[in-house]
Structure formats: structure tokens, C-alpha cells
Write a protein that binds this ligand. Structure first.
Ligand code: SF4
Ligand code: FES
Length: 233
């Protein structure tokens, strides 16, 4: 079948503003949208710029807007979206070129929540033990691949890029609820801030956008509750 692929293009060296270009592509119904982008780049217009790596929903590098919804281009098939497909860069981050956005502000927020394991107690002889129940407590948020689909679908983030955003809260949640970690209170203090979790108004765009099906809004709610009660449970 022929698919009409409409892509929002922008070259900062030649364009004053973004514009759409339409490409006709031969496709199978099980082709990924990433396959279509590759076909444009490899056979029609080598100047098209976008990020991709694994092509299997693991690296998180190809998050874009597909027909107005944040998705990974490698996880959406032609049969999911039909013969007219519009691909645009994520909202809320500066476009560098075509579908490539500046991820630095996103990763600055990520880095701000201490997204790593902290425990200064003497190391045990073998390992820091954890029960299956304790491990299960943060199972959902440990699935995050940092694709930014959640944060860039959030109206609070669109309103102000200062908001730390749901992805950073998910990363904080993953360590706050790890029974072996000792920096939970510090992370909660960081997130109990003017630009922290209270900017979340439970709109659920983040949960709907997450390609890993993480319950993002629930995780943000649990962090809010921990701040409000002073208890990490
Ligand atoms: Fe992507 Fe989901 Fe992680 Fe957000 S929580 S960055 S949508 S994987
Ligand atoms: Fe790695 Fe899509 S290319 S998640």
C-alpha cells in the first residue's frame, strides 16, 4: 500500500520556521513508522534528521509525535495509524533540526533528582539483601527508558520547562522506594519544590504516552503522598 507520510521539517540554517513535507512511501501494514522514516532518509531525502538506535522499543531515542500523540516511532505500525501519518517533533523542547529536539533540559531535570543508588553504610560481605516484596515495590518505575514521551506530553511542562516533569519523578520514585537506598528523604525534599511534583495536576497525558506502560501518574501521586505524610511506604 502507499502511505502518505507528512513530516514537520526544520533546518535552522535555511528555514525561518518549520514546514511540512509529504512523502509517498510503499509500505506493508506491519512496517514500523521508523521503517518509513528510514525509507525517506535512505531513498528520498538524506537530509531528514531524527534519532533512532535499537528499533525495538528499548533505547528510547525515537520518541516523536505521531498523528498528534507521543509515541516511539519503532513501536507504532502502519496498521495502527492508517495511510495518512503525520510525524512531528516532541513539544516543549527546542527543535534542533527536523525531528531532533534538544534533550539537555530533560536530562538536567533527570540529573536533579539524584537518579542513582545511594547507600554509604559499610558494604556487606556479599550483597545488600532485598525481599521479593521489597523489589516489587519499585518494579514499575524501574522500566523507564528515559524517552521523554511523558514529560513532553504534559501541559504543566509545556507551560514551564522549569517543572521537573514526570520522567524525573519516575526516576526518583524508582530509588525512593528501593529499600536499600538511603537518599529517599533528600529526593522528597528536592521534589517538594516550586518546580517539583506539585506542578502535576493529574492530567494523565504522561500515563497515556508512556511506551513502557508505566503508571506514571500513580508514581507521581505516591511521591506527593510521601512528601505530605513524611512516610515512604
Ligand atoms: Fe518514557 Fe515512560 Fe520513562 Fe516517561 S516514564 S521517560 S514515557 S519510559
Ligand atoms: Fe530504540 Fe525506538 S529506536 S526505542
Amino acid at each position: 500500500m502507499e502511505v502518505k507520510l507528512r513530516i514537520l521539517r526544520y533546518n535552522p540554517e535555511t528555514d525561518s520556521k518549520p514546514h511540512y513535507e509529504v512523502y509517498a512511501i510503499e509500505a506493508e501494514e506491519n512496517d514500523q513508522i521508523l521503517d518509513l522514516l528510514n525509507r525517506v532518509k535512505w531513498y528520498q531525502d538524506g537530509t531528514l534528521s531524527y534519532r533512532r538506535s535499537c528499533a525495538h522499543g528499548v533505547c528510547g531515542s525515537d520518541a516523536v509525535r505521531i498523528n498528534g500523540v507521543n509515541r516511539l516511532a519503532c513501536k507504532v505500525l502502519v496498521k495502527d495509524v492508517g495511510r495518512k501519518v503525520t510525524v512531528e517533533p516532541l513539544l516543549g523542547l527546542r527543535v534542533i533540526k527536523d525531528l531532533i529536539v534538544d534533550m539537555e533540559p530533560f536530562f538536567d531535570h533527570y540529573k536533579s533528582v539524584i537518579p542513582y543508588f545511594v547507600n554509604d553504610e559499610p558494604a556487606p560481605a556479599r550483597e545488600r539483601l532485598q525481599s521479593p516484596e521489597e523489589r516489587a515495590r519499585f518494579d514499575d518505575t524501574t522500566k523507564c527508558i528515559l524517552c521523554a514521551a511523558c514529560t513532553t506530553s504534559c501541559p504543566s511542562f509545556w507551560a514551564s520547562g522549569e517543572y521537573v516533569g514526570p520522567a524525573a519523578v519516575v526516576q526518583a520514585h524508582r530509588f525512593i522506594y528501593d529499600s536499600r537506598d538511603r537518599a529517599g528523604a533528600e529526593r522528597l525534599e528536592l521534589l517538594n519544590d516550586r518546580v517539583g511534583v506539585w506542578r502535576c495536576h493529574d492530567i494523565y497525558n504522561c500515563t497515556n504516552a508512556c511506551p513502557r506502560e508505566i503508571e506514571v501518574t500513580k508514581a507521581v501521586g505516591e511521591v506527593k503522598l510521601a512528601i505530605a505524610t513524611g512516610r515512604i511506604e
